[in-house]
Design a protein around this ligand. Structure first.
Ligand code: NAD
Length: 352
């Protein structure tokens, strides 16, 4: 066997081992030459109901990386649905972005056919790189879709959940029942970060914002009198709360050591570079709001909108993120375990 083929076989074995480790149910792959579609749907669990999870369209260094991303994110979606007590399992679709999408409508309709072939096991939604209008195209071919232009953008709902999470953390850690005067550093002023900045300002918080896209940060400076810092110095800001709303894997020993904030609560998925950093944060006296709990507002909106055809019932459940987190913080303090361990344990119990 040539070494290249052997390496490929090895990476397949690694992916299967990873899938096993995560307790994954199914991995589906579809390719379509005419549209350029290369899609992976990883369904982690359908035990609690049909698996719901976004569809991301990104460039990947390799197909193995794309599959890995789908596996990891699908497992997180199961945890997220379980912690929110939603009647869903977790799944994720990853579309490997081609150099050019000649016909976006045909591309997403083909993806819609793929989703439909799974017979309702998977419900798709918007995610990084996809737009509500793409979900409209998907809806031409399947009813197993939410976050269309009719359903609306989940980001504002995610931001409400994050703000509720910050309120819970501020109450628990700092003993304050208001955000007035609380200093928050927001990493990433995109869809969620901007909405969060708006809500925090309305409640009297003082903001520092950074974004690799300067105009996004400047917009917050203009509209919310936020101070702007460089993306490199966001970890060093003298604030009460650090809110990661850009990228995953940003919390590692080197960045945690730099934090002056005693609370970390933000929307980014998979914030910890490694699970063990839940304990690192605890060791440094930092209260961490587990990402899949604090950023679940968007999933709640998507689920409610899919099941009820409107988002009215989502508000109460998103507000309840406050109570869910407070319970996690209390148990973490009592059992002297990282908040991540407590949140994982609650979700796992519900997935069993
Ligand atoms: P977005 O792409 O609209 O915003 C991300 C922002 O971060 C962009 O403005 C980008 O320029 C900026 N950014 C990128 N790298 C950066 C860096 N190194 N430093 C500072 N800024 C940087 O995405 P979004 O929808 O706002 O989501 C933000 C995060 O929250 C993502 O990790 C996403 O997966 C997660 N999330 C979003 C939702 C949702 O409803 N949109 C739900 C759950 C989780």
């Amino acid at each position: 066997m040539s070494s290249i083929i052997k390496r490929r076989h090895d990476s397949c074995d690694i992916l299967f081992r990873y899938a096993e480790l995560l307790g994954l149910g199914e991995i589906h792959i579809k390719m379509d030459k005419a549209t350029g579609l290369k899609a992976i749907i990883a369904v982690h669990s359908i035990k609690r109901g049909p698996a719901l999870g976004g569809c991301r369209l990104l460039t990947y260094k390799s197909a193995a990386r794309a599959i890995e991303d789908a596996l990891r994110l699908s497992s997180m979606m199961s945890f997220k649905a379980a912690i929110c007590n939603l009647p869903h399992g977790g799944a994720k679709a990853v579309l490997i972005k081609p150099k050019v999408i000649k016909d976006r409508q045909a591309y997403f309709e083909k993806f819609g056919e793929f989703v439909n072939e799974l017979g309702g096991m998977y419900i798709t939604a918007v995610d990084s790189g996809t737009e509500l209008s793409d979900m409209d195209y998907v809806a031409h071919k399947t009813s197993y879709v939410t976050c269309t232009t009719t359903d609306g953008d989940p980001a504002p709902y995610t931001a409400i959940g994050v703000r509720r999470g910050i309120e819970a953390a501020v109450s628990f850690k700092l003993g304050k029942d208001t955000l007035s005067g609380i200093r928050v550093a927001i990493q990433g002023a995109g869809h969620v970060g901007y909405e969060l900045a708006k809500q925090l300002t309305e409640r009297g918080a003082i903001l520092t914002v950074c974004d690799t896209h300067p105009l996004s940060a400047e917009r917050c400076a203009k509209e919310f009198a936020a101070q702007v810092c460089s993306p490199e110095t966001i970890y060093d800001q003298d604030v009460d709360v650090f809110a990661p709303c850009a990228l995953g894997a940003i919390l590692k020993r080197s960045t945690i050591k730099r934090l002056k904030a005693t609370i970390v609560a933000g929307s980014a998925n998979n914030q910890l570079a490694h699970n063990r950093h839940g304990r690192t944060l605890q060791k440094y006296g930092i209260l961490y709001a587990p990402d899949f709990v604090v950023n679940s507002g968007g999933l709640i909106q998507a689920s409610v909108s899919y099941r009820h055809g409107n988002v009215e019932a989502a508000h109460e459940q998103i507000n309840n993120i406050y109570e869910v987190l407070l319970e996690i913080f209390k148990r973490s303090a009592k059992e002297k375990l990282p908040t991540t361990d407590i949140a994982d344990a609650i979700a796992l119990e519900r997935l069993r």
